[in-house]
Design a protein. Structure first.
Length: 282
């Protein structure tokens, strides 16, 4: 009897062990399903749907012009979500030299170009000698300690283009005058709001646009388009670095800190294409 009892106890123990193994395997299966569901939710949540672009940036850039006394933005409709941008029709700009700049507000070389040439560009622009199309993009988000300053500052510029576009040149200059160093957090959203207000922005919608990052997704889309190319109105295939500066569609590859060299290049391209609106007044 003792042997039979022992045998029965061993068989019952085996059954209990088997049930535990099945429960354990089932638990793993349920756990894996739960993990997979969570991962799927995170992935789906991180893929943001395309969003409309800002007003006055149908080309992914804002085009500024001057009339001899002031600078204004050329108005355009907003690009619809999922729609391709509309390149600027440079054939309608035959009386000016057309300058296009792709930039990142955290890029020190962009800051160098602006510091060297910003006043000169503004002077030419006011006089009506050039048009200036600025494309803010974000290629240095990884260089601001996780705060995505490149995207946030480009969004701030887009907010100005959308709500108070004639202030864009002043805000662009202010962003570079207060440019943070790579590897820092950059300006907070509150500081960006203060910066644009000090630069002359009075429309309250710009503040909430910056805080809510209204055009953050669009900045990412516009950046992807610039990096993938092709760039319109030029033989340059894509943005390979910032700043990418185009004069009459020809890329400037000279020194970024040499205003005389840049002016000579602008005059060279103006002469090559026969434009007559290029007198710098010097």
């Amino acid at each position: 009897m003792a042997r039979e009892s022992a045998r029965l106890m061993r068989e019952e123990q085996k059954k209990r062990d088997a049930r535990r193994r099945w429960y354990w395997r089932g638990g793993i299966g349920v756990g894996l399903i739960a993990v997979a569901a969570i991962v799927a939710m995170v992935v789906v949540g991180s893929v943001k749907p395309p969003s409309p672009g800002p007003l006055n940036m149908a080309s992914d850039g804002v085009l500024m012009q001057g009339d001899g006394t002031s600078i204004t933005a050329v108005p355009t409709a907003a690009t619809a979500a999922d729609a391709d941008p509309t390149p600027t029709d440079v054939s309608a700009l035959t009386s000016t030299v057309n300058i296009t700049v792709y930039l990142d507000y955290l890029c020190p070389y962009c800051g160098q170009f602006e510091t060297t040439n910003g006043a000169q560009l503004s002077s030419w622009l006011t006089a009506g000698n050039i048009t200036l199309e600025t494309h803010p993009i974000s290629i240095l988000d990884q260089s601001s300690n996780g705060t995505k300053y490149s995207t946030r500052s480009a969004n701030a510029a887009a907010c100005v283009a959308n709500y108070q576009p004639d202030s864009f040149v002043d805000v662009n200059a202010a962003l570079f005058a207060n440019q943070p160093t790579e590897g820092t957090d950059g300006l907070t959203n509150a500081e960006l709001v203060s910066l644009v207000e000090k630069a002359g922005v009075t429309d309250a919608s710009v503040s909430s646009c910056i805080t809510d990052q209204e055009f953050g997704s669009w900045v990412g889309d516009a950046t992807d388009r610039a990096l993938a190319g092709p760039l319109p109105n030029t033989d340059v295939k894509n943005v390979a670095g910032t700043p990418t500066v185009l004069v009459q569609g020809v890329q400037y590859t000279g020194a970024l800190d040499d205003a005389a060299a840049f002016e000579a290049f602008v005059m060279e391209q103006a002469t090559a294409t026969g434009d007559t609106g290029t007198d710098t007044g010097e």
